[in-house]
Design a protein around this ligand. Structure first.
Ligand SMILES: [Mg+2]
Length: 302
């Protein structure tokens, strides 16, 4: 049986290539033929996945971005995909119960169960966790601006990424006057005009928080949180609720589920997808590819 390891050699703080070698050694011990293909630039994992040829197992070693890029190169086929998470936030590993210790994640490749997982779409991109419109679009844009500077780059590389989000988040909280957006769920327009909307494939948000508690990655539906309030106090409340994995009261926010969404506004709004800030837009079409990728997860997971 033939396995391919796609590894991002600059992911996280660990040594990705050494972990790739350990993974290959482990699989060879179980009679696999293994190739290791390191990525060389952003977007390269998609190309490597497209060029993989006949494989019985695909292993991704990297962060959530490497996993997303790899999945973008799979056309909904049956190849099981294993994931050894060595990123900073590891949102999808938290969501799927994949161990964040490389040794345990490597063992899971042969002991876990390939499970169909939904993948979100926004325009011609895919996402695994969420699309955020409004406040978190401003925050990710702020983090990108910091990372463009040497000190921001240094801080990000040396484990200070959470601090960068706080540094970007507080001024955004005090300064922004967000655009209010209209939201359609499965073609039905919701009543409100919302300063902030999160559309999630997964419940997990950032470092183990939950903006949409109860969202599941294999129910064939997306979940939304639409905030009615823009004042800093409500944004802080939303953040606190997500840290505690609690829902906000109806006075503050609306929740729901749908297979497709349309977000629109007369003025351009800020948005992010899976934590990457995007150029301002006036309209987003968001959809779902149900069970698009077979990810290897622990047997105990649902
Ligand atoms: Mg779902």
């Amino acid at each position: 049986m033939r396995a391919l390891i796609i590894v991002n050699p600059v992911a996280g703080e660990q040594r990705p290539l050494r972990i790739a070698e350990e993974t290959a050694e482990y699989l060879r011990g179980a009679d696999w033929h293994v190739d290791i293909w390191p990525t060389e630039r952003g977007g390269h994992a998609t190309e490597l996945a497209q060029q993989r040829g006949e494989r019985d197992l695909l292993v991704v070693i990297g962060g959530d971005g490497t996993l997303r890029e790899t999945v973008a190169g799979l056309a909904g086929d049956e190849t099981p995909v294993g994931f050894v998470p060595i990123g900073k936030a590891n949102v999808m590993a938290r969501e799927l119960g994949i161990p964040r210790s490389p040794h345990a994640a490597i063992r899971l490749l042969t002991t876990g169960r390939p499970t169909p997982i939904d993948v979100g779409t926004v325009g011609d991109r895919i996402f695994l966790s969420m699309v955020g419109v409004g406040y978190d679009g401003w925050v990710t844009a702020g983090v990108d601006a910091f990372r463009a500077r040497p000190w921001g780059q240094w801080l990000y590389r040396h484990g200070g990424s959470t601090l960068l989000y706080v540094l970007a988040g507080i001024p955004a909280l005090l300064r922004i006057r967000p655009t209010r957006v209209a939201l359609e769920a499965d073609g039905v327009a919701l009543d409100g005009r919302y300063p902030s909307v999160i559309i999630s494939n997964a419940a997990t948000y950032a470092i183990g928080w939950e903006m949409t508690p109860g969202a599941e990655v294999h129910d064939g539906q997306l979940d939304h949180l639409a905030n009615r309030r823009a004042a800093p106090w409500f944004v802080a409340w939303t953040t606190l609720a997500s840290m505690l994995k609690m829902r906000l009261p109806a006075l503050v926010a609306e929740y729901g589920r749908a297979k497709s969404y349309r977000v629109s506004a007369a003025e351009p709004f800020r948005w992010q997808v899976d934590g990457d800030s995007m150029p301002p837009a006036t309209e987003l079409e968001i959809g779902l590819l149900a069970g698009h990728v077979r990810l290897i997860v622990p047997l105990t997971a649902d």
